[in-house]
Ligand binder design. Sequence first.
Ligand code: B12
Ligand code: SF4
Length: 444
Amino acid sequence: MKILLIQPPRWNKSLSLLIGDQEPLNLETIAGMLSQHEVKLLDMRFDEDKLLSTLETYNPDIVGITTVTCEYNNSCEVLQKVKSYSCSILTVVGGVHATLVPEDFNRDFVDVVVLGEGEITFKELAEAYELKCDLSAVKGIALKKNGRLFFTEKRELIEDLNSISLPNRALTREHRQFYSRGRFHPIASIYSTKGCPYRCSFCCTWITSGKKFRTRGVDIFIKDLANIEEYYIIITDDNTIHDNRYSEELFKAVDTSGIKKEYQFFGRTDTIVKNPALLEKWRRVGLKRLLIGVEHLSDKRLRSVNKGTTQAINKKALEILRDLDIDIIAYFIVEPDFEKKDFDAITRYCNEMQLSDPVFTCLTAFPGTLLYHKMKDQLIDENYELFDTLHCLFKTKLPKKLFYEYYLNLYQRAYLNNYNKDSSYADKEIEQLLGLLKKDYDVL
Ligand code: B12
Ligand code: SF4
């Protein structure tokens, strides 16, 4: 079979400026499992106008696309074009949004919705399609029947992560030089664990991962890492250091491998506080930056999103990282009821804690999350394109114009005015970001 995997185009350039464009590890991982087929990967963030020419020259039997919520419209548009090019191509959609809201893909131009992890499901689907078997025997998918979605038997989570083949990074060779995060480029992505056992109300990964935390064999991780040419590495796990014993083992393996890279990964503040010695070790083998969800400055607000941390824990974690000279990318949630004093408090906090690259995310109720169930009736805009954490989806306490003015000011003050000498963004990038966002907010 000839399979074409697609990373949809970005609709919002500001996101690329802020968090970069990283490699589609999801598609590369799925492709790794398809060695008996011919596979091509089209990253439309870079090759937006190559869809038709790729379909013409490559002539795929199956097209699979990944989607997060804010890219729903883009993904649909791509699949619509694929179907109108040839209705005999099997169109498949997977990824977070497809898993959480499969009904959204009950559309003429979608043949199969893959729910959850795609490695085994997509492999079995391609085999069944090639052999012209009944697709409803494939677990973990939804098919259309009489205008409705028909769900096949549930697919269990992959117990043994070592059974997953290495990602096929050769498929992104052409674009690897552009994958970035701030000044870190080219950057490569890798995973060591999957899942998260916590239950933050705004987050969907604990729902898609069944709350289970699974680890990848350290030997496989090192084998994968050794194949990566890039110096900068981001580990995409939700909380790489969640399991002390595993993380210690992983650190030792990286240390003895002699591979020299610069790492950044995600970590919860309570995990950091529990085991600063572990971070010190990781620091020695190249950990330079930690991405952490501070989210809120008060315990009351932290409780409201079910974060399970406290302001004291957050503060302690930031101090530990500062003492270890590990750069911090702290994420904050901006709530619709924010007043000027709340924006000011975040700026003060970033200042006091000398946070070099804070990210301010508007509270976003992704469909399928606890937050969505709690607040869906209060959504004032259901256009999925706005579910990108840069837009407020609820009625703001402040007049909307003022709310966005203060919101932009958070970036202005954190990156341009001040204390922040070590930011990984150049002033002109932040100015460009602010300009783009301002234009965006002006039309709202
Ligand atoms: C790395 C990452 C990114 C990278 C980009 C990755 C990429 N593919 O291009 C960057 C930093 C650019 C990024 C950006 C954003 N991200 Co992001 N990101 C992640 C992160 C941390 C890891 C994803 C990953 O690579 N996992 C490893 C791979 C192997 O697994 P996977 O992605 O889960 O894919 C599996 C299944 O979903 C499925 N699957 C996925 N695609 C497909 C396609 C097919 C055809 C099939 C069959 C199956 C399938 O099979 C895969 C293998 O098991 C996740 C959190 C998480 N733990 O998932 C958030 C996450 C996906 N991001 C999220 C968000 C909100 C964003 C942003 C909108 C906002 C922001 N401020 O960061 C932007 C915009 C994204 C965009 N594409 O425009 C949310 C998505 C929520 C939602 N409902 O949309 C997540 C879940 C974080 C969270 N906890 O809320 N992100
Ligand atoms: S926000 Fe982080 S800690 Fe909370 S559930 Fe999601 S991945 Fe886990």
